[in-house]
Design a protein around this ligand. Sequence first.
Ligand SMILES: C[S@@+](CC[C@H](N)C(=O)[O-])C[C@H]1O[C@@H](n2cnc3c(N)ncnc32)[C@H](O)[C@@H]1O
Length: 217
Amino acid sequence: MADEAQPDDATVLQARDHWNNVYRHKAENEVSWYEERPDLSVSLLRSAGIGLEAAVVDVGGGASALVDALIGAGQAHVTVVDLSAAALDRARQRLSGASGIDWVVADARAWRPERHFDAWHDRAAFHFLTETGDQSAYVAVLKSALLPGGVAVIGTFAPDGPEKCSGLPVVRHDGKSLQRLLGPDFDLLGSISHEHHTPWGSVQKFQFSTFRRRGTL
Ligand SMILES: C[S@@+](CC[C@H](N)C(=O)[O-])C[C@H]1O[C@@H](n2cnc3c(N)ncnc32)[C@H](O)[C@@H]1O
């Protein structure tokens, strides 16, 4: 991890300000990525063998209802990581009183996890990393967080999806491009296409790829 490129402070601060501004000024269903029920994410985690006893981290989880769905089903532990404190405050208020949740304000490129996880989930955060140094810093954090045998579900805009999200450029992916970036420590278990319907009725083409972590920490 120590020899991986880390984002410079200015980049981290710029991203944090952008996202805090979004979550402070837009209602939950005024953002394109709003999803009332994260059914696909839950089903991909379950089909990869992630049971209720597993520890799951939702990276770039924002104000997503994934944590509600998992904890509501009886998930033993969920950590939600996001660089926006405003996003996490929103979700935390919704779930006040729930146990088994850690809320972590951190940039996924520089996060130092304090525990290991059985599953890593990311819907629409990784695709904002457009520089190779940022992508490899993220992969280094993923490797340090996910147990061998653990599962990573990564949802991004698909190759025929939008070129921007929240006004920011994205890199569109498929299973193969993600496999190249994640490297030989991960086996691609499968990829599926998904059409996300925004709150205003437009369609965004996503892909979700599921990987299993090999080897040792
Ligand atoms: C398009 S939103 C998706 C939110 C959530 N995953 C969902 O499905 O509703 C992207 C999220 O990623 C977060 N994010 C963007 N870049 C990040 C980074 N480098 N580290 C951590 N979070 C990041 C943003 O704050 C935002 O909450």
